[in-house]
Design a binder for this molecule. Structure first.
Ligand code: C2E
Ligand code: CA
Ligand code: CA
Length: 556
């Protein structure tokens, strides 16, 4: 249908737009081709980077808010409209938002003619990416509706809570039983959750298999936990009534409404997502109550992960190998050093390895960083060998490196590259990692022995201390963890136990290294069990290479 221009004027269309735009999410517009003038719903000028909601020099002005790459297609289309070649417009392209982000829009319009001449085009623009307001599978309102509802609370939310619920492992159910079955489960779950709602609560469907309950009725998080439990119970009964055809559970992230202060919708989204993920991370089929402390810890870890990644791409900027001396107990002479990784950032200063090593392991970054550390430690050792040729360097290797990288050839080629005698290298592996013992560990172990590289079982006394490990693996050294050393110093029973272990190790011709000796008193007690080597703050803290050289090597 074409509008007859003698029936309605551009001014009248503008007036209609002004009347109608309040009650719609889309943007209405009129493009007056004869006078080169454009008029759009006033809210479009708040959303997009346009000079105002009405302007002349239409094509020229579009340059400001159309995503530059999309300008040629738009221009081509508008040329056809203006020349009369084309009577309608239907184009998907991007406009720039006020905060300079490209937003996909769908722009449709119909041209009206004055005789043969195109006079104006009226039409409608909608944002393609805008979240659905309702979900036809669960029959619930969606996130866009939640956002709209929250706009009523500008500064702070009323007292109450938010629960974000998520089905556990829903993807697997969909894969195994088909998406129709998955849809049915979502519908049923929505129904069961709905049945558990208290008065004045609202239920929305968030992304895929997640639901959000909003309680602004002043109820406490304790009540939220109770509500979660009754939902879980309802789901369990459903699974049972369904003869366990699909066995699934539900997790919940609970948030006190007061924890969301300024930007309500954004806060609710990010805090509740975190809370639900945390519940899943803590084992699923459970709920977790949001705290800012946990969230800050999560943000710090996420940021630290970014910093570690960045450092790897920047030639390991911020990483350093510190050295801590190891002394031979009988002669009181420097035996070698343990290489300990350090990571320094502008934001956090020195980060503890206890914090960043697990992140390196989780992300797999331990592979490149561990390799870097291996080379760095051997490079430092090479310099020390010019002063003390049989100085030992002890290097920590993570199980992830053993299981996921070609660690054997990495070690052997690094030893070769730095011209280090293998007999001066010690590889440390923690006792706890042996629980996941794997043929690759045996292979590493035997290959190192073949090459004359020595092996230390680290953190002995913190895990199961299974003596079979000692019998089967026959490490060269066992390193007694500081926690065990401390217990032995304070408690006679533990002291006897440590003595027995040390005796047994000596009978098996293994060396014993005691870690964590901080003062002379501790050393005197520990000497009674005749350890072969000692390590601890009493002998020296881990320090940078130059300091190590000045203190222990060049001063000799
Ligand atoms: P670890 O291998 O048991 O290293 C000994 C830890 O005890 C070091 O902590 C050291 O600073 C600390 N220590 C030494 N003497 C004393 C003492 O007298 N008193 C006390 N309280 N502590 C003492 P650090 O350097 O913080 O390293 C922590 C852990 O991080 C290491 O424990 C090791 O498991 C891991 N790590 C460090 N560097 C590396 C590395 O290059 N690769 C791998 N995979 N792990 C590493
Ligand atoms: Ca160690
Ligand atoms: Ca240790």
């Amino acid at each position: 249908m074409t509008i007859k221009t003698d029936k309605i004027s551009v001014e009248q269309i503008c007036a209609i737009i002004d009347e109608m735009y309040h009650c719609m999410d889309d943007y209405l517009y009129v493009y007056d081709i004869i006078n080169d003038f454009y008029y759009i719903s006033p809210n479009a000028a708040e959303r997009f980077d346009m000079p105002s909601n009405n302007f002349n020099n239409v094509l020229e002005a579009h340059h400001r808010f159309v995503f530059p790459d999309d300008m040629p297609v738009l221009q081509k289309d508008l040329d056809k409209i203006v020349s009369g070649e084309c009577k309608s417009h239907n184009l998907q392209y991007r406009w720039m938002s006020k905060d300079h982000k490209p937003i996909w829009i769908n722009c449709r319009g119909t041209v009206s003619y004055e005789g043969d001449r195109p006079a104006f085009m009226v039409g409608c623009i909608n944002e393609i990416g805008k979240t659905q307001k309702a979900d036809n599978i669960s029959g619930l309102l969606g996130l866009a509706s939640l956002q709209q509802f929250l706009e009523t609370y500008k500064d702070a939310l009323p007292k109450g809570f938010v629960i974000r619920l998520g089905l556990d492992d829903f993807k697997e159910i969909n894969e195994k039983l088909g998406s129709d079955y998955g849809d049915m489960l979502l519908r049923e779950t929505a129904k069961y959750i709905g049945d558990c709602l208290l008065e004045n609560q609202k239920l929305y469907r968030a992304v895929s298999d997640e639901f959000i309950i909003i309680d602004f009725d002043g109820n406490s998080t304790e009540q939220a936990v109770e509500e979660y439990k009754s939902i879980r119970h309802a789901i369990d009964s459903f699974v049972e009534a369904n003869h366990y055809e699909a066995v699934f559970t539900i997790s919940g992230g609970i948030l006190e409404a007061e924890d969301c202060i300024a930007n309500n919708f954004t806060d609710i989204m990010k805090f509740s997502e975190f809370a639900l993920n945390e519940a899943k991370r803590r084992g699923k089929n459970c709920c977790y109550i949001f705290t800012h402390k946990d969230y800050d810890k999560f943000l710090r870890k996420r940021h630290l992960t970014q910093l570690l990644r960045r450092s790897v791409t920047r030639d390991f900027e911020g990483f350093e190998a510190y050295l801590q001396p190891l002394f031979a107990t009988s002669s009181n002479e420097l035996y070698g050093a343990e290489a300990l990784m350090r990571f320094r950032t502008d934001e956090y200063g020195m980060v503890s390895p206890a914090e960043f090593i697990p992140v390196l392991e989780e992300t797999g970054l331990i592979m490149p960083v561990g390799k870097w550390m291996l080379h760095k430690s051997l490079e430092l050792c090479n310099t020390i060998h010019k002063y003390i040729p049989n100085f030992r360097i002890s290097i920590n290797i993570s199980y992830i490196q053993v299981l996921k990288s070609s660690i054997i050839s990495d070690i052997l080629s690094a030893v070769d590259e730095h011209s280090i005698s293998p007999s001066t290298v010690i590889i440390e592996l923690t006792e706890s990692g042996l629980v996941t013992a794997d043929s690759r560990i045996d292979k590493l172990w035997s290959r190192m022995k073949e090459e004359g590289i020595r092996l230390a079982l680290d953190d002995f006394g913190t895990g199961y201390s299974n003596f079979n490990y000692l019998k089967d693996l026959k490490p060269d050294i066992i390193k007694i963890d500081r926690s065990f050393t401390m217990k032995a110093i304070e408690n006679p029973y533990e002291f006897n136990l440590l003595s027995l272990i040390a005796n047994m190790a000596h009978n098996m011709e293994l060396k014993v290294c005691i870690e964590g000796i901080e003062n002379l008193e501790e050393l005197d007690k520990i000497k009674n069990i005749s350890p072969d080597y000692c390590q601890g703050y009493y002998f020296g803290r881990p320090c940078p290479f130059n300091e190590f050289m000045e203190t222990y090597i060049q001063s000799k």
